[in-house]
Design a protein around this ligand. Sequence first.
Ligand SMILES: Cc1cc2nc3c(=O)[nH]c(=O)nc-3n(C[C@H](O)[C@H](O)[C@H](O)COP(=O)(O)OP(=O)(O)OC[C@H]3O[C@@H](n4cnc5c(N)ncnc54)[C@H](O)[C@@H]3O)c2cc1C
Length: 423
Amino acid sequence: MGVPKTMGKKERHVLIIGGGVVGLCAANYALQAGMRVTLWEREPEGGDNCSLGNAGMVVPSHFIPLAAPGMIAKGLRWMFDPQSPFFIRPRLSPALMRWAWLFYRHANARHVEQCRQLLLDLNMQSRALFAGLAEKNDFALQQRGLLMLCRTQQGLDEEAEVAEMAHKIGGRAEILDARATAAKDPAITMDVTGSVWFPDDCHLNPAMFSRVLRRLVRDAGGEIHHGTVLEKLEVKNGRVQAAYERGNRHEVDQLLVAGGSWSAEILRDLGMNLPLQAGKGYSLSMESPPQLPGLCSIFCEAKIAVTPMEGCLRFAGTMEVGGLSLAIDPQRVKGIIKSVQPYFPAFAEQDFAAIRPWAGLRPVSPDGMPYVGWAPHQENVLIATGHAMMGLSLAPVTGKIIADLAAGRNCGFELARMQPSRF
Ligand SMILES: Cc1cc2nc3c(=O)[nH]c(=O)nc-3n(C[C@H](O)[C@H](O)[C@H](O)COP(=O)(O)OP(=O)(O)OC[C@H]3O[C@@H](n4cnc5c(N)ncnc54)[C@H](O)[C@@H]3O)c2cc1C
C-alpha cells in the first residue's frame, strides 16, 4: 500500500480508521463532498464487527439517551441476575469507574430533556438518508414502523409516557391495546397487554448495508484496505503528521477515528482520555422461524429486539459492560431465549437449539450521546464513535456531519452535546 494518492494534491484527503458502519458512512459522504478517502480496517475482507450482526433497526423511537432516570436502580437490580439484559462486570479499572460515575451523573430527567430533541432530529435525518440510499441500492430497508411490545400494564404505562414525550417533540407514536397490536402484525401471535407503535422506525439487513457502502465507496474512488491495523500516530505542532501500519509511514492530511469500541485506545495515543466502554450484545438469527412477523419489535420488559430479515428472524439483546472480550456468556444467551415465548407463544426454546450466537461490542459513551466532532488537541483529527445502541441508525447522519466538518461546511446540527471533549 502506498502513501495516500492525495499527498501533494489540492483535494483534502481523509484517512479513516475503522470500517464499521460509522467509518463506511463517513467515507461515503466524504467522497460525495469531493474529498479523497482511504479507510483502514483491521479485519480481513468478510471479517466481522459490531455493525453486521446487530438488530438492523433505524430508531427515531430512541430519543431517550441510555443515561436516563431509573436506569441506575434497574441496572443494580439486573446486576444480580445472570440472565438479565444489563450487566457491568466489576473490574478495578479507573476508566470503568470514571465511566460509571459519569453515567450516574447523567441519568436524570434534565439530561433527557436536553438530549431528546437532538436525538430525534438526528435519527429522522438519518432515516431520510437511508431512504435516499435505498432508492438505488438494496439493503432490504423496510419502512414499516416498530412495535414496543409490553406484557405488563406497568410496561405499557411507561411506554405510553415515552409516546407522550415523542408527541411533545414532534415524533410520531401511537398507543395500542392488545387487539390493535395484533391487527398491526397479523403474521405473529403475541401475548401482550399492548404496545406503542412508532411508525417512523424502519429495519434493514445490516450486513447488506455494509456491503452496499463498501461498493459505493470503492465505486467513488475511495480506497478500503482490509487487514490493516493503525499501529501508531505521529504528532507534531498540534497536528497528526503521519499514521503507521506494519511499520510503514503514511502522511496524514485529516484523520477520522471511527474505531468503534477500540476508539479510546487509539485516542490515548493522542493524549485523549475518552470515556468509552464496550457494551457487549448478542444476536440469534433463526433461519426458519415458526412464524415470521412483518414488523420489527422490542420486548419492552425483557429488552430484546426482534427483526425480520428476509425470511429469517433475528433476536438481539443484552448490554454487558465488561471490557473488549467477545466471549459468549451462555447464561445471557439463555436469558434472551427464555424471554421469547412469553411474548411470542408460537416459539419454543428448542427452536433456538441449532443457532450459533453472534456477539458484538457497542461503543458506549457514559451520557448516551455519541461522540461526533473534532478532537481537542490536534486540529486535523475527527472522532465518530460512542453511538451505543444506535450506531447503525445514526451512521448516515454521523457520516454526513463528519463530511461537512472535514470539508469546512456547516452541518446544521448543534454539536456541543456530541463534542468528544465534553467531559
Ligand atoms: C446485539 C446488538 C444489537 C444492535 N442493534 C442495533 C440496532 O438495531 N440499531 C442500531 O442503530 N444499532 C444497533 N446496535 C449497535 C450498533 O451495532 C453499533 O453501535 C455500531 O455497529 C457501531 O459501529 P462502529 O462503526 O462505530 O463500530 P464497529 O462496527 O465496531 O466498527 C469499528 C471498526 O474499527 C476497527 N478498528 C478498531 N481499531 C482499529 C485499528 N487500530 N486499526 C484498524 N481498524 C480498527 C474494528 O475492527 C471495527 O471493524 C446493536 C449492537 C448489538 C451488539
